[in-house]
Design a binder for this molecule. Sequence first.
Ligand SMILES: *[C@@H]1O[C@H](CO)[C@@H](O)[C@H](O)[C@H]1NC(C)=O
Ligand SMILES: *[C@@H]1O[C@H](CO)[C@@H](O)[C@H](O)[C@H]1NC(C)=O
Ligand SMILES: *[C@@H]1O[C@H](CO)[C@@H](O)[C@H](O)[C@H]1NC(C)=O
Length: 382
Amino acid sequence: MGKTNFLFLALVSTFVVLAHAEDPYLFYTWNVKYATLSPLGVPQQVITINDQFPGPWINSTSNNNIVVNVFNHLDEPLLFTWNGIQQRKNSWQEGTLGTNCPIQPGTNFTFHFQVKDQIGSYYYYPTTALHRAAGGYGPLTIHSRDLIPVPFDWPEAEYNVLVGDWYAKSHATLKKQLDAGRTIGKPDGVIINGKNGIFVNGVSHTNTETPLKLAEYFGVSDKVFKYDIIKDEPAENVGDKITMAPNVINATFRNFVEIIFENQEKSVQSWHLSGYSFFAVAIEPGRWTPEKRKNYNLIDAVSRHTIHVYPKSWAAIMTTLDNAGMWNLRALVLERQYLGQQLYISVLSPERSLRDEYNMLDDQLVCGIVKGMPVPKPYAGA
Ligand SMILES: *[C@@H]1O[C@H](CO)[C@@H](O)[C@H](O)[C@H]1NC(C)=O
Ligand SMILES: *[C@@H]1O[C@H](CO)[C@@H](O)[C@H](O)[C@H]1NC(C)=O
Ligand SMILES: *[C@@H]1O[C@H](CO)[C@@H](O)[C@H](O)[C@H]1NC(C)=O
């Protein structure tokens, strides 16, 4: 009897220790407002977060739980995405309009997500309307935990440099132009950390990732993720081939997927896939044909979450669809994204298990025909 009690106590104390060892939380409260600032020297309306432009720095360490309570003080619905954060099993917090309902004006919503298995420099931005053209973006860093070795020294100092195109008009004016079928044209300038930049060649789209990559490339450390996936899944297993057309693609969970981008335009086009990193296995001039598959680099292709495709060129990317959820494949050029160059890839786990995908949280925003319905919990077990 005494022995049983001892065992019971030992189990309880183990449980308590585990509970205390939960990954740390970072809490943020964001007040999102309009303000009048002059990024290019002329006063205009911008979107600030806690009166900052660019927005506050989320400075995290891998495995941190990030909780961001967003108060929308704008006069329009608002949503943020966490560009490049893989949101394993958790597309519910992805913050694109095909996955989440937006935060209505005068209300708040709390994003909860954990940053795992990736380190590097990322950014967040608003996905609603043309809000990104007015700001609302900011840096998100994931440091490696002390126990995970990385192939570079701890930096002596860290700086966030957010470089992007900028239009001197408000997002509402730009949106009206697009809605009327006109282009918003070339940006009026480039801003660096919210201030006028002095770039000679205006970059053709907001790309905050380019200039400052030293120890990591698009957020994935050195060789950590490169080889195994490719070796396990030879190219013969290519399952789904995606070309841009429908709004939602039903893809097969765990299938190896090849996505081909053909850019027939005169400017560089950039594409981002949420929820995943992928291998860019080929980028070549001309048109893609199936014979080009023999040129694919299946040995040491670089892992990334954004692909840049040169004018009159194509690119092929590959990944394994191992992250269940509804993911967004989008043009990074804001005008193209707004006009519909984006689609969703629905990756449904046939087992409907918590091992593959989390349930929605109870405070998930709902809208449209599901408004007023209870939040479904389709996944059971673990
Ligand atoms: C950012 O986080 C890293 C890792 O925890 C820490 O070393 C660094 O001091 C932080 N920087 C700031 C400005 O808080
Ligand atoms: C809104 O903010 C309040 C106060 O901080 C918080 O208690 C509540 O959970 C938030 N609501 C949502 C839906 O996040
Ligand atoms: C995708 O799957 C859903 C159910 O999971 C189904 O309702 C829908 O019709 C499918 N769409 C296509 C294009 O196959």
